[in-house]
Design a protein around this ligand. Structure first.
Ligand SMILES: C[S@@+](CC[C@H](N)C(=O)[O-])C[C@H]1O[C@@H](n2cnc3c(N)ncnc32)[C@H](O)[C@@H]1O
Length: 266
């Protein structure tokens, strides 16, 4: 299993190997809802264009790619302060992040907050609390992870843009993997997606002859969340076994088998 460098809600880490298996050959890889980037890592493409509407997240990706040594040092100094001075340091850094959107602060918060869940309020402020019973990942361990990811993402460009802009330059030789916020989890993620606009966008990719794979709502326990995607948009629809629901696991320890939909137009 991949060690995440950025812990992100809705990570596709458990499905990365399956998604990789179904990916076609391509020149350039596009991932316009990059989040924690697990599929980018799994594919490790020579050339990629990735985007997300969350600007501090994209700044953090650029730091991982371009300044891994400085980023590790920044984590180490914040982590050392936390061990010596206690939890007030966490809230000082959280306030600083909410004023400045510093990517170094975001990395630190993501590794020391409750359950490692990056969470923003409607004003875009990081609002998760400090995880009192954990020291946060050791700087030596995180440094190894950052350096490894930095090598894997060297060929990627990161854009703080809407998904439609990120994929404007895609051609017929390229592949677009789409992991938008799910229809039934609107409000749980940063940003929101208009379903009608997403369908128009998929029709447009088809018109342009661009291969895409879309992860979308599936089944959770006995509940079928599958959304009616018009059949003329895709060629193949499979359910991918994702293991347990990450939300359920954290929130009520209830065990539910979760399957998500994968749609492919090839
Ligand atoms: C389900 S998450 C992606 C998770 C990712 N596949 C992973 O493995 O970590 C959805 C992402 O879409 C982003 N997002 C929401 N609206 C967007 C938009 N209009 N354009 C681009 N990204 C958007 C969110 O910030 C979030 O990172």
């Amino acid at each position: 299993m991949i060690h995440p460098v950025i812990k992100w809600s809705g990570s596709k880490r458990p499905q990365a190997e399956l998604i990789k298996k179904y990916a076609p050959d391509f020149d350039c890889y596009y991932e316009p809802f990059i989040g924690g980037g697990s599929i980018l890592y799994a594919l490790s493409p020579k050339k990629a264009v990735c985007g997300d509407i969350c600007k501090p997240l994209i700044q953090l990706w650029n730091e991982i790619k371009d300044n891994p040594i400085e980023l590790s040092k920044a984590y180490r100094s914040r982590w050392n302060r936390l061990q010596n001075e206690g939890h007030a340091v966490y809230y000082e850094i959280r306030d600083h992040f909410n004023r400045t959107q510093s990517p170094e602060d975001l990395l630190f918060l993501s590794r020391t907050c409750v359950n490692g869940l990056i969470r923003f309020n409607s004003k875009g402020e990081f609002n998760n609390a400090f995880h009192h019973t954990r020291p946060g990942i050791h700087p030596d361990t995180l440094e190894t992870i950052i350096n490894d990811w930095s090598l894997h993402i060297k060929g990627a460009r990161f854009l703080a843009e809407d998904y439609r802009i990120t994929t404007e330059s895609a051609t017929q030789r390229d592949f677009v993997y789409l992991d938008p916020p799910y229809f039934h989890t609107a409000g749980m993620y940063y940003g929101a997606i208009n379903y009608r606009e997403l369908l128009d966008y998929l029709y447009d990719l088809n018109r342009r002859g661009i291969k895409f794979m879309l992860s979308y709502d599936g089944k959770s326990g006995d509940i079928d969340h599958t959304v009616e995607i018009p059949e003329d948009i895709y060629k193949r629809h499979i359910y991918a076994d994702t293991g347990l629901s990450p939300f359920k696991k954290v929130m009520d320890k209830d065990k539910q088998q979760v399957y998500e939909s994968l749609y492919m137009n090839y």
